[in-house]
Design a protein around this ligand. Structure first.
Ligand SMILES: *[C@@H]1O[C@H](CO)[C@@H](O)[C@H](O)[C@H]1NC(C)=O
Ligand SMILES: *[C@@H]1O[C@H](CO)[C@@H](O)[C@H](O)[C@H]1NC(C)=O
Ligand SMILES: *[C@@H]1O[C@H](CO)[C@@H](O)[C@H](O)[C@H]1NC(C)=O
Ligand SMILES: *[C@@H]1O[C@H](CO)[C@@H](O)[C@H](O)[C@H]1NC(C)=O
Ligand SMILES: *[C@@H]1O[C@H](CO)[C@@H](O)[C@H](O)[C@H]1NC(C)=O
Ligand SMILES: *[C@@H]1O[C@H](CO)[C@@H](O)[C@H](O)[C@H]1NC(C)=O
Length: 937
């Protein structure tokens, strides 16, 4: 079959989104196995809206599934995480998931669906269930026992299902439920939820978020019949209450009486006023979260002392000042003020917060950080301080002297260009110092002095030009990240090399080759972003991971050795080239085979290297007998057509091909990899060609290897992209398949035609019915007398001419005085209009059609004319007169019925412009009408 016509057919099919196209595609699910993905890269299903955060070992994601049994047929039985997006079946049957006895987390996003009793039965380990309905169509039917059997469920989230359509008492099967999240359920009052809360004995966390609660009413406070030790109010023993994202503007006294003691109260993005909460019935709150709230003068200490709070999370709340008035802040341990408008911190305020352990001041307007500036300032207990993303310029001596307990200090993304000697003095416990993305250009002898405990130092994205050779004396760094420009004196490495475990360096030239650098004994991971790297031989004996970014020259100082000779235990290699680098150095690619310990290999943008150096790809992966994962991203490997390409990869389990135009894939390539489990094509294009038929058949017939995501793989034909499996199935399969395809296509086409042309067919049928009916009527009655001389068919726009000219000339100027039928005067009121038309035509001797542009475009007029034409044909008497009131060209007429043909045979008159002509016109018309003898009743 001609390929273009088949494409045309399929395009048509796609355009009309016919149903059966989709049913040709069987597998809509993808599988992730954590032990492959988590270590090597962060592939994830980002359409599951936060559900990815739940732990899994084998995750399955199915999109657009209609038949759940079919779709889940191939999913591993060990699946413990399942996400169904856009599920479009009508029902979910009893026990539909019960094969997956290890299922731990289940997310269902669906439209109108019926959840049958016991849908979730047979899932003894399910702890988390999220059900989200479509915003637009969310008629989800629950049964009394839909949730039967969920004996381990701890977290249930229900989104976009109206509470009115959903009865909380349905959840009485969930004995262990600990966390109930209701989101977007049109809930107006909290008591709609709390009234049914008694059925949950173990519920600790309740979230009613993005709902319509504006008012927390006294009436929402539930009192119990038999008073308890907590007084007259029911205590649900809820520890976490979340009312975020509602317009909470009114809080009446006692409205939250059922929640006296909270671990955490969250009202982010609500507009609630903390003072109103004082009388709400809540007595203690350990953690208060009021983000996005828009307070200016939040009284931190007053609120904290009222609720005996330990943590205040006040992010993005327009706070200008740390207000410590009105109470004691003694209990506060954590204060998060990220994303506010603070422009200073005061020593005095810090003294009011003596027990504070964590302080987050990131994303404010701080130009200086005054915590200890007063010589006699007392010691603070702070352990974590974050002042990143501010405008700090300089760090002064003694600036942190009162922070003896501090372990983590982040000053990332400020404008720091000067660090005074001994600026970090006093930070005796500091382990992590983050100075990324500042303007630091010099590291002096005393910059980091006395930082005895620092293990992690981040100097990435600075402009360091000069390190003092003793800069790291007494510092036992484990991780260092830094960006610097080439410095001939690299002896500063010598102080830290024996403790380093991770190095991440970005520089223009990196030479780690001198005698003093002969060994980095504990180094595990090396991330190098540099075009020119030279290493010595014995340096990195323990290194397991190496990242090379933008590297062109990669050499060993002893030219006899491969550059990888220093890495005898390397397991992971990432090599990424800048796409603009047209490199003629192929050292790295050609040396891969020397790293026989390699387990993970990632190659990115090496396409130009392969092309310019004419590397034979059959040689690249030789001797990598321990490789388990191979990730090729834009690697220029377009043809997998020989069994030699991967012939040594006996251990390979996972192959990812990303961002690549594949020209050829033969299944023979995979024969040499007995342990292969997954092939993942990501953003890969194939040409639409039957050459891949063998590969597809191999994939479908083999149970060992799964090709993840292949069901929605696209192929390209003349720049048109279409579904690859669909293409192969419909073009490259046997004749029977093809015939079935054509048959079903024709059915679809016929159906489309019917629906598309429904309008015109409707008219046609109506017309035939009436004609038959009238013709019978008139024949049977042997009518040959007429009621009218003429029936005038015209468009309402031409009514003026008809009433003022035509009627005048025919009915009033005589003799003879003709009897004329026009619809708005002579039609019988209340009768069907088509019957009226038929009757008028058949009871008039002549039918006169007043043809104008409007007339031709009107449905009624065209019906009248067709019927008149029909009468003309059946009666073989002359009965039709055409009057052209507008000038209409023959070309234009071609589009209308068989009008042109009629013109050749029948009487027609043109309406003249001038008066003499008009006189003649009327005379002629009268003559024609009178001609055939007047036989009126
Ligand atoms: C995640 O799950 C795996 C296996 O199911 C388990 O071994 C691991 O401890 C879990 N991790 C977390 C953080 O819960
Ligand atoms: C919702 O679905 C049920 C059956 O699933 C049906 O009986 C009911 O009429 C539907 N309601 C609406 C409003 O569509
Ligand atoms: C919920 O179900 C219970 C018992 O099945 C019933 O008493 C109650 O009226 C129902 N509530 C709503 C809002 O339908
Ligand atoms: C409330 O919950 C706590 C645990 O969070 C438990 O120790 C206590 O017994 C519960 N109280 C009641 C009245 O259920
Ligand atoms: C403070 O809040 C910000 C923004 O939500 C968050 O990124 C940060 O981790 C929080 N800080 C602490 C110490 O929890
Ligand atoms: C330092 O703090 C003490 C006690 O808080 C105070 O009395 C003194 O005036 C402060 N000195 C300066 C220079 O601010």
């Amino acid at each position: 079959m001609n390929i273009y016509s088949s494409v045309f057919l399929q395009l048509l099919c796609l355009i009309f989104s016919c149903y059966f196209c989709q049913s040709l595609l069987r597998q809509n699910c993808q599988v992730l196995e954590k032990n492959y993905y988590a270590q090597f890269m962060d592939l994830k299903f980002d359409t599951c809206e936060g559900f990815e955060e739940f732990n899994f070992s084998i995750a399955v994601h199915c999109d657009h599934v209609e038949n759940l049994h079919l779709a889940l047929k191939d999913a591993p039985l060990e699946t413990d995480w399942l996400c169904l997006t856009k599920y479009c079946g009508m029902t979910m049957e009893t026990g539909v998931f019960s094969r997956f006895t290890r299922l731990n987390a289940l997310y269902i996003e669906t439209r109108d669906v019926e959840l049958q009793p016991g849908t979730f039965s047979g899932l003894p380990q399910l702890t988390t269930l999220w059900i989200k309905a479509d915003v637009m169509s969310n008629n989800i039917t629950f049964h009394k026992d839909t949730f039967f059997g969920l004996n381990s469920l701890q977290e249930l989230k229900i989104s976009y299902i109206k509470l009115s359509a959903f009865n909380i008492s349905l959840l009485n099967h969930l004995h262990l439920l600990d966390n109930l999240i209701l989101e977007n359920n049109n809930i107006l009052y909290l008591s709609e939820v709390t009234a049914s809360l008694g059925i949950f004995k173990n519920l600790k966390k309740l979230s009613v978020v993005s709902n319509w609660i504006r008012k927390l009413r006294t009436a929402d406070c539930l009192t119990s019949q038999n008073p308890t030790s907590y007084g007259q109010f029911v205590n649900f023993n809820i520890s976490h209450l979340d009312l975020s994202a509602s317009q909470l503007t009114i809080t009446e006294p006692k409205s939250l009486c059922n929640f006296p003691h909270l671990e955490r109260f969250t009202a982010d993005s609500t507009g609630i006023a903390i003072e109103d909460l004082y009388k709400s019935g809540i007595k203690t709150i350990k953690t208060i979260s009021l983000q996005n709230a828009g307070f200016d003068k939040f009284q931190i200490c007053a609120s904290a002392s009222h609720f005996k709070s330990e943590e205040l999370l006040l992010m993005f709340s327009s706070i200008h000042k740390i207000n410590t008035f009105g109470g004691s802040c003694k209990n506060i341990k954590k204060l998060n003020l990220s994303g506010n408008y603070l422009d200073n911190t005061g020593v005095k305020q810090m003294q009011k917060l003596p027990d504070l352990l964590e302080l987050d001041l990131s994303n404010n307007n701080l130009e200086s950080l005054e915590l200890c500036n007063n010589e006699s300032a007392p010691m603070l207990k702070l352990v974590c301080l974050n002042a990143s993303f501010n405008y700090l310029l300089r760090l002064q001596k003694g600036q942190f002297a009162c922070l003896k307990e501090l372990k983590s200090l982040s000053l990332e993304s400020n404008k720091i260009n000067h660090i005074a000697d001994f600026a970090f003095d006093g930070l005796d416990q500091l382990q992590l110092l983050n100075l990324q993305h500042n303007n630091i250009f010099r590291i002096g002898e005393f910059t980091f002095s006395n930082l005895f405990m620092v293990r992690h130092l981040n100097l990435y994205e600075n402009v360091v030009k000069k390190f003092h050779f003793d800069a790291f004396r007494n510092v036992l760094l484990e991780d260092i990240k830094l960006t610097y420009t080439f410095d001939h004196d690299f002896s500063w490495w010598k102080n830290i090399r024996r403790s380093l475990r991770n190095i991440s360096v970005k520089t223009n030239v990196l030479h780690l080759t001198s005698d003093v650098l002969d060994e980095f004994p504990f180094l595990e991971s090396l991330q190098l972003d540099s075009p020119d790297i030279a290493l010595s031989c014995a340096s990195f004996a323990e290194a397991k991971e190496l990242h090379l970014k933008n590297t062109i020259e990669f050499t060993n100082i002893d030219a006899r050795w491969s550059p990888f000779a220093s890495f005898t235990k390397l397991e992971k290699l990432y090599y990424s080239v800048h796409p603009q680098d047209v490199s003629n150095s192929s050292t790295i690619i050609n040396s891969l085979k020397d790293i026989s310990s390699l387990k993970f290999l990632y190659l990115h943008n090496i396409d130009s290297i392969i092309k310019y150096n004419q590397i034979n790809i059959n040689n690249i992966f030789q001797r990598l007998v321990h490789l388990k994962v191979l990730h090729l991203k834009n690697a220029g490997i377009e043809r997998l057509d020989s069994k030699d390409v991967f012939s040594d990869l006996q251990d390979l389990e996972f192959l990812i091909i990303e961002n690549q135009n594949m020209q050829e894939v033969e299944s023979i390539v995979f024969d040499s990899m007995p342990n292969l489990k997954y092939i993942y094509f990501l953003q890969t294009t194939f040409p639409c060609s039957c050459n891949f038929n063998g590969f597809l058949s191999w994939l479908e017939s083999n149970t060992r290897v799964s090709a993840i995501g292949f069901y929605n793989q696209k192929c390209l034909i003349e720049d048109i992209s279409m579904n690859f499996r669909f293409f192969l199935n419909s073009n490259c399969r046997s004749d029977l398949d093809f015939i079935l395809f054509v048959l079903s296509f024709l059915c679809t086409l016929l159906f489309m035609c019917l629906s598309l042309f429904h309008e015109s067919i409707h008219w046609y049928i109506l017309y035939i019915v009436y004609i038959v009916k009238c013709w019978l009527n008139h024949r049977l009655q042997h009518k040959d007398k007429y009621e009218y001389d003429a029936f005038v068919s015209y468009n309402t726009n031409d009514e003026l001419w008809v009433t003022e000219q035509l009627l005048l000339n025919l009915e009033q100027k005589g003799p003879p005085f003709f009897k004329v039928c026009i619809h708005n005067r002579d039609f019988e009121v209340g009768r069907d209009i088509v019957e009226n038309i038929m009757d008028s035509i058949y009871s008039s001797r002549w039918t006169v059609c007043i043809i104008t542009h409007n007339y031709l475009q009107s449905n009624w007029c065209s019906l009248e004319m067709r019927m008149a034409t029909y009468k003309l044909l059946t009666e073989s008497k002359e009965s039709l007169i055409l009057i052209f009131l507008d000038k209409i060209s023959r070309e234009e007429l071609q589009y209308y019925h068989r009008l042109t043909k009629l013109l050749n045979k029948k009487t027609y008159l043109d309406w003249p412009d001038h008066e003499n002509g008009q006189q003649l016109f009327w005379a002629r018309l009268r003559k024609i009408i009178a001609k055939s003898g007047r036989n009126l009743k």
